[in-house]
Design a protein around this ligand. Structure first.
Ligand code: ADP
Length: 187
């Protein structure tokens, strides 16, 4: 069964929720780089201090720093048998870093799940969610969507050409999305 899965998709597509659900099903850790960074900011540690400003603007943390964060996390013992990545890779250089990490252990990605929804639905969902996040003004939400379209969306073609991409309609009830994802990784 599939054990190494990347979730791709714009902010508020629901991929975080779905990554956690699929992780339980597969018995592998769900690794959210956004959550890791927010935890670092909350802890006020060195990483948190370095990323706080960039995150608040809706921009991406630089690739070299993300490479350190993700390499360390994927080398932890719980990720050895598999993992779900939510929020990484987000740029072409990050996809290369992930590829290098996997090759070093002769591992491969099993699936890349693209969870999509129309842009106005994404904006409304983000503004409507009540997590107390400070980066959720409409201006910042639109900036994050713009950054996604510019830097992350190109990864869709990259993974499609490798035959790894599975497209999931995120504009459906969460349980329906969950079933379609389960079918995609099992089928
Ligand atoms: P979203 O709520 O947009 O899905 P995440 O929770 O995944 O976002 O990430 C929140 C923020 O953390 C991003 O806007 C970005 O600043 C930073 N971040 C998370 N993952 C990455 C990454 N792979 N590369 C660069 N920055 C990242």
């Amino acid at each position: 069964m599939a054990k190494r899965v990347v979730f791709l998709g714009p902010p508020s597509s629901g991929k975080g929720t779905q990554a956690k659900r699929l992780a339980l099903r597969l018995g592998v850790p769900a690794i959210s780089t956004g959550e890791m960074l927010r935890a670092a900011v909350a802890a006020g540690n060195e990483l948190g201090r370095r990323v706080e400003g960039v995150m608040a603007q809706g921009h991406l943390v630089d690739d070299a720093l993300m490479a350190e964060v993700v390499t360390a996390r994927l080398h932890e013992s719980d990720a050895r048998q598999g993992f779900l990545l939510d929020g990484y890779p987000r740029t072409a250089p990050q996809a290369s870093t992930l590829q290098a990490i996997l090759e070093a252990t002769e591992a491969q990605l099993d699936h890349v799940l693209l969870v999509e929804a129309p842009i106005e639905i994404l904006v409304q969902r983000t503004l409507g969610r009540n997590e107390g996040r400070q980066d959720d003004t409409e201006e910042i939400v639109r900036e994050r969507l713009r950054v996604y379209a510019e830097l992350t969306a190109p990864l869709v073609d990259h993974y499609e050409s490798q035959g790894l991409l599975r497209r999931i309609d995120g504009n459906q009830p969460m349980d329906v999305v969950e079933r379609q994802i389960a079918a995609a990784v099992e089928g």
